[in-house]
Design a binder for this molecule. Structure first.
Ligand code: SF4
Length: 240
């Protein structure tokens, strides 16, 4: 089963919940940190990293000798990463999302692709738990390809439960994190701006009341959420 943990914004406790669930499930689970712009599951789980590989994305390379200045690349690029100046294409590499559209669109086959270093992928174990994360290089325009690369590590782990710590927000990185999963847990920010002592007042009843209409066969979900939350708080408070 694949379960993603998401939130509408950062700082809600998404990572704490994902890590607490992973620890509760132990070796039956694998945790993939897909929040590649700010991965911090490793801070909580302290995994032993067994391998680290570089990750690259394809970026266009324009052969000026072949280009006839037709501008199809400029037309298809949704990110305004290619512009024609005096009939010659210029690539703004840090706007390019590596979609490959311009490569396909060029009638002269004047655009090819070359790898561009975009980050790294780490694999390891936290206790018996399989762990992987992606770390995007600072300044890269899009984390989507790296997220997808982290997600395909899942089958190799052989775990029964696959937990994904998704990206915060609601944009493309979130959709890349959530695609294909069986269920998503959305973390809201009950504890926002409150001291830790008050966070323990977040009860299953309070969650149920806030959600309003909850189907009978899902009424156990607020209990599971509260228990995982208490566990995360407990782990934090017990840290030396
Ligand atoms: S690969 Fe996609 S995003 Fe990059 S320049 Fe070409 S069309 Fe634009």
């Amino acid at each position: 089963m694949q379960l993603a943990v998401a939130s509408g914004k950062g700082g809600t406790g998404k990572t704490s919940l994902a890590c607490a669930l992973a620890q509760a499930l132990g070796p039956r689970a694998a945790l993939l940190d897909c929040d590649v712009e700010e991965p911090n599951c490793a801070i909580f789980l302290e995994p032993v990293i067994e391998s680290e590989t570089d990750f690259s994305v394809p970026v266009p390379v324009i052969d000026a000798a072949k280009c006839k200045g037709r501008g199809r690349c400029q037309q298809v690029c949704e990110y305004n990463a290619i512009k024609l100046f005096n009939g010659k294409p210029f690539l703004f590499e840090h706007l390019c999302h590596s979609c490959g559209g311009c490569v396909l669109a060029c009638p002269e086959k004047a655009i090819t692709e070359a790898p561009h270093p975009a980050g790294k992928i780490r694999r390891g174990r936290a206790g018996g738990l399989f762990f992987a994360d992606g770390i995007m290089n600072i300044g890269e325009p899009s984390p989507v390809r790296l997220i997808k690369a982290v997600k395909v590590l899942a089958p190799a782990s052989g775990a029964k439960f696959l937990l994904l710590d998704g990206s915060p927000g609601v944009g493309c990185p979130v959709l890349a994190s959530l695609g294909g999963v069986d269920a998503v847990v959305i973390v809201a920010f009950y504890a926002d701006q409150r001291p830790l002592s008050e966070a323990f007042f977040v009860s299953p009843g309070l969650i149920l009341k806030t959600l309003g209409q909850v189907p009978e066969d899902h009424k156990h979900c607020p209990i599971l959420a509260a228990v995982a939350f208490y566990r995360a708080l407990g782990n934090h408070l017990c840290k030396p």
